[in-house]
Design a binder for this molecule. Structure first.
Ligand code: NAD
Ligand code: UDP
Length: 351
């Protein structure tokens, strides 16, 4: 498929293509880059992203939305300076729905974006993942750790796909001199996660707000380290604008490690919910521990997360409270009323 698009040019400000820009992280990145005066092309097939996430941007003179699948060749007339490669479902529920499709998104999508960047002379940032470390035998995880991924398990379409995408990034860098940045993103949460996403933070919050049981997979002793989306988006931009010699891989995540049961209890406290905990089977290959070493990001980018888990969870709860209240006004009226305000649940972080 060939796309012929041209953004009306008022002045030549940097043009940034965000593949996956209608998704959770991508839409926050669109907001932030537009606010900084960039022209933004959001390219997305709306598999897990929604127009709602970018609706306020659709009439912005520097914003353009293109519905397109990165597995198909990408042709755009505009000059492009930066390419953020975020197009890929991130939740196990969604990436396992069509595993071959996920692998193709990682491999063909990355090739198509790298080819576009090569033709345009643009710099590319790949949204890689802590999943490249698999079920890690080294804890916490530095970038030098090569990982422990099961190549034939149900998570492999995503984990191995993302590993292959990293390989492609470095091969284009070595072969064509493409300027690359590889970010290894650890679990990120915040407003605009999908309600039915299946990821732990959105699941627990929505269950607590609806008064349904909180589904803890396994014993709840497995750990993750959760980064609020505003911190992550700031880190992605710092990495993208770092000197050309900085290729990564660079871990971006919050080193504050918590058990899944502890997250459930925090969510219950902040939502003032009486939902019971329900322990159900642990999915296959579920990593037992995960915590980033962020020395590289701190040293090269001056980046550290700023948002405490409590504040990030409360902002995310405020977002979901409005959605759940809209869907069922009798369920969480007090919480929604309390949180309904001009920012609609978004945490405002000073730069
Ligand atoms: P998301 O599912 O909300 O966003 C992904 C976006 O990509 C969606 O808008 C989706 O419609 C789009 N997309 C998927 N397949 C596509 C295709 N073939 N062509 C075009 N668009 C496509 O997920 P997210 O949490 O915002 O994650 C964004 C990126 O960051 C992903 O690449 C993900 O792997 C990576 N990442 C996220 C996390 C996290 O905790 N959220 C952690 C590690 C890595
Ligand atoms: N999890 C859980 N209940 C849920 C959803 C997830 O206990 O309703 C667990 C899951 O088994 C994993 C952790 O929470 O141990 C994080 O899951 P998520 O899918 O959010 O991210 P990932 O496993 O990809 O890190």
């Amino acid at each position: 498929m060939t796309l012929q698009t041209r953004i009306p040019t008022l002045r030549r400000s940097p043009t940034v293509l965000i593949a996956g820009g209608a998704g959770f992280i991508g839409s926050h990145l669109c907001d932030s880059l537009l606010q900084r005066g960039n022209r933004v092309i959001c390219l997305d097939n709306l598999f897990t992203g929604t127009i709602d996430n970018i609706r306020p941007l659709l009439n912005h003179p520097n914003f353009r939305f293109i519905e397109h699948d990165v597995r198909e060749e990408i042709e755009i007339d505009d000059e492009i300076d930066r390419v953020y490669s975020l197009a890929c479902p991130a939740s196990p529920r969604h990436y396992q729905k069509d595993p071959v499709g996920t692998m193709k998104t990682c491999v063909l999508g990355t090739i198509n974006l790298l080819e576009l960047a090569r033709r345009k002379g643009a710099r590319v940032l790949q949204a890689s993942t802590s999943e490249v470390y698999g079920d890690p035998e080294v804890h916490p995880q530095p970038e030098s750790y090569l990982g422990n991924v099961n190549p034939i398990g149900p998570r492999a379409c995503y984990d191995e796909g993302k590993r292959a995408a990293e390989t492609l990034m470095f091969d284009y860098h070595r072969t064509h001199g493409t300027e690359i940045k590889v970010a290894r993103i650890f679990n990120t949460y915040g407003p605009r996660m999908l309600e039915n996403d299946g990821r732990v933070v959105s699941n627990f919050i929505v269950q607590a707000l609806r008064g349904e049981p909180i589904t803890i997979y396994g014993g709840g002793t497995q750990t993750r380290s959760f980064c609020f989306v505003d911190d992550l988006v700031r880190g992605l931009q710092l990495l993208m604008e770092s000197p050309a010699s900085v290729t990564g891989p660079c871990n971006l995540g919050n080193p504050h490690e918590v058990t899944i049961e502890a997250i459930a209890r925090e969510v219950l406290t902040y939502t003032e919910s009486a939902s019971p905990l329900r322990f159900v089977a642990l999915p296959k290959d579920d990593p037992k521990r995960r915590k980033p070493v962020i020395d590289t990001a701190a040293r090269l980018l001056g980046w550290r997360p700023r948002v405490a888990l409590k504040d990030g969870l409360q902002a995310t709860i405020a977002y979901f409270a409005l959605r759940v209240a809209d869907e069922s006004p009798t369920l969480v009226p007090a919480l929604a009323r309390r949180k309904r305000g001009p920012t609609r649940g978004m945490l405002k972080i000073a730069d």
